[in-house]
Design a protein around this ligand. Structure first.
Ligand code: DP6
Length: 330
């Protein structure tokens, strides 16, 4: 039928991180964030609204999976459709997603998944939402997904509005305007990390550093915006590492502690410092898991990949360029 759409969205990695919620129901972040979208990792999602479906179905890499968060986003799409008088408002949907990277490799990111879902579901419903609305829709699935609607460098605004209408991402700079590379060092396949949603709520509830994290966010965001504006790679890299380590200090002081690193994660961090001592401009950042992402200039990517692959416990190192905005596949 005509109620199908397919979309692709790329993963992203935050340079100034999101951790903590302002409103858990609207999934608005307590702090803004700045990220780069990654070309090498993406999700393709097909959405079909159809009659005769008892519930929404979610198929991930061909396996029936939990649809709770998917239904939450689809309910918002059905709400928009109802306000436009579209017939898809009353229908359930089949959602099928595939990642271009092996599922369970510890690279799975809700960011690319919910950005692709926002674009495909709104398209299948018959809606043509502007990027800002797509970003808000993706945010309801996962905060980091709001940034994956955009390519290149993106900034997510924490917002202040009670209804979440100003908590969206937007593009800061096109990827063609400052090509950078990210080397992803995989230290653990099939990681079993504590889910971000749970982890950030625990940090808010228990870490004595949480207030300092909130208070210092705007300064980091302003400095990162300046580094991007000036194409100052050293400033971008130093600030990314600093903000990453500040996040992990917050995680480590959460009760119970959120220790996302393994031995190879730490070895990779030292290897990046070693690269800098040898004159290669490279900086690491780490999310809620053990993988290490290394920021560098495209001309240094092969040397960085080589160095990362030699780190004990690193299984694989992949090079990514910066990626495009989410788009429809038809
Ligand atoms: C460490 O976006 O996964 O990757 O909104 O609860 O789904 P929810 O959280 P999520 O958190 C991402 C945390 C992070 C930092 C970041 O991407 O900014």
């Amino acid at each position: 039928g005509g109620a199908t759409a397919v979309a692709r969205a790329h993963s992203n990695i935050a340079l100034v991180k999101y951790w903590g919620k302002r409103d858990a129901t609207l999934n608005t972040p307590a702090v803004g964030s700045i990220s780069v979208t990654l070309d090498a990792l993406y999700t393709d999602t097909r959405v079909t609204f159809a009659p005769d479906l008892a519930v929404d179905e979610f198929w991930l890499a061909g396996c029936r999976s939990d649809a709770t968060r998917i239904t939450h986003v689809l309910d918002l799409v059905r709400g928009y459709a109802a306000s436009m008088g579209l017939p898809t408002a009353g229908l359930n949907a089949v959602v099928s997603s595939t990642n271009n990277f092996p599922t369970g490799a510890g690279l799975a990111s809700s960011a690319s998944g919910f950005a692709a879902l926002a674009l495909a579901a709104s398209g299948a419903a018959g809606l043509a939402l502007p990027a800002r609305e797509l970003s808000i829709l993706a945010r309801h699935g996962s905060g980091s997904a709001a940034r994956s609607i955009f390519g290149g460098f993106a900034e997510m605004h924490a917002g202040t509005a009670a209804d979440g209408s100003d908590a969206y991402a937007e593009e800061l700079l096109d990827r063609a305007d400052w090509p950078l590379a990210v080397v992803v060092a995989i230290t653990e396949h099939g990681e079993k990390s504590i889910n971000s949603t749970i982890g950030m709520n625990e940090s808010k509830a228990s870490s004595p550093f949480y207030q300092a994290w909130l208070d210092s966010a705007d300064g980091d965001l302003a400095e990162m915006r300046g580094a991007i504006h000036d194409r100052d790679f050293t400033r971008l890299g130093e600030l990314s590492e600093y903000n990453c380590l500040k996040l992990h200090a917050l995680m480590l002081t959460t009760r119970p502690a959120l220790i996302y690193w393994n031995a190879a994660t730490v070895a990779a961090m030292h290897a990046v410092q070693g690269l800098r001592a040898a004159g290669v401009s490279a900086y690491f950042t780490i999310d809620a898991g053990p993988q290490v992402k290394v920021l560098c200039r495209p001309g240094d990517a092969a040397a960085v990949q080589h160095a990362m692959a030699l780190v004990p416990g690193v299984h694989e190192a992949r090079i990514s360029a910066l990626g495009p905005a989410a788009f429809r596949l038809e």
